[in-house]
Design a protein around this ligand. Structure first.
Ligand code: CA
Length: 216
């Protein structure tokens, strides 16, 4: 999953980005409204964390313009005294909001929820044959045993599981699993796929030559 954070407070932006990366998300950041809109329009993020008060375009304006072309799930960051703004946000097309100062755990939970809704899943548990993916705990089970996956491997399994039955192209995977800061080495999709097959069974991820990967 690839997330865009638009936030102008440097400390908050850095800590949020780091925390989300530790959770296994690919994260891009913008520290002003114009750059935020540019990124939001140009890349198919799985979700956007959007601050309201920003230099340049504010969060509402970004949301309004984005909604004309994209349904990307948006989590607004609002201040405690912006109650009326929250209603406005949900009217404008925000999917949810958190109030500053917030708990990281709450941001994670709300992000998971809006991403899950956008993929039309109603539960946190995806069952595929002998494999179970718990998207809330970010854990994968094979034959009811917890399987240790790296953050990248988990992200790949989760993305394919959420798009089960659909062939996901390599380009799509690169766009959703890796961010601007990833080195080319960590981007070796084939290596991740091969490692996942060793852990979850050789036929868990199917390769469609010339097209991409699929979980049937
Ligand atoms: Ca701000």
């Amino acid at each position: 999953m690839r997330i865009l954070i638009v936030e102008d407070e440097p400390d908050l932006l850095a800590s949020l980005a780091q925390a989300l990366r530790e959770e296994g998300y690919a994260v891009d950041t913008s520290d002003n409204g114009d750059d935020g809109l540019f990124n939001a329009e140009g890349t198919d993020y799985d979700a956007i964390v959007l601050d309201v008060m920003l230099p340049g375009l504010d969060g509402w304006e970004i949301l309004k313009r984005l909604r004309k072309i994209k349904k990307t799930p948006v989590l607004m960051l609002t201040a405690r005294d912006q109650t009326r703004d929250r209603v406005k946000g949900l009217d404008t097309g925000a999917d949810d909001y958190v109030i500053k100062p917030f708990d990281l755990a709450e941001v994670f939970a709300r992000l998971r929820a809006i991403i899950r809704r956008s993929t039309n899943k109603t539960t946190n548990l995806i069952e595929i044959g002998q494999v179970k993916v718990d998207t809330a705990a970010r854990q994968v089970f094979y034959l009811d045993k917890i399987i240790e996956l790296t953050a990248r491997e988990y992200a790949l399994v989760e993305y394919l599981a959420l798009h089960r039955g659909v062939v996901v192209t390599r380009t799509q995977l690169y766009e959703h699993l890796f961010d601007e800061n990833d080195s080319s080495l960590s981007n070796l999709l084939d290596v991740h796929v091969s490692n996942i097959r060793k852990k979850l069974g050789a036929d868990f991820i199917i390769t469609r030559r010339g097209h991409g990967y699929c979980i049937a």
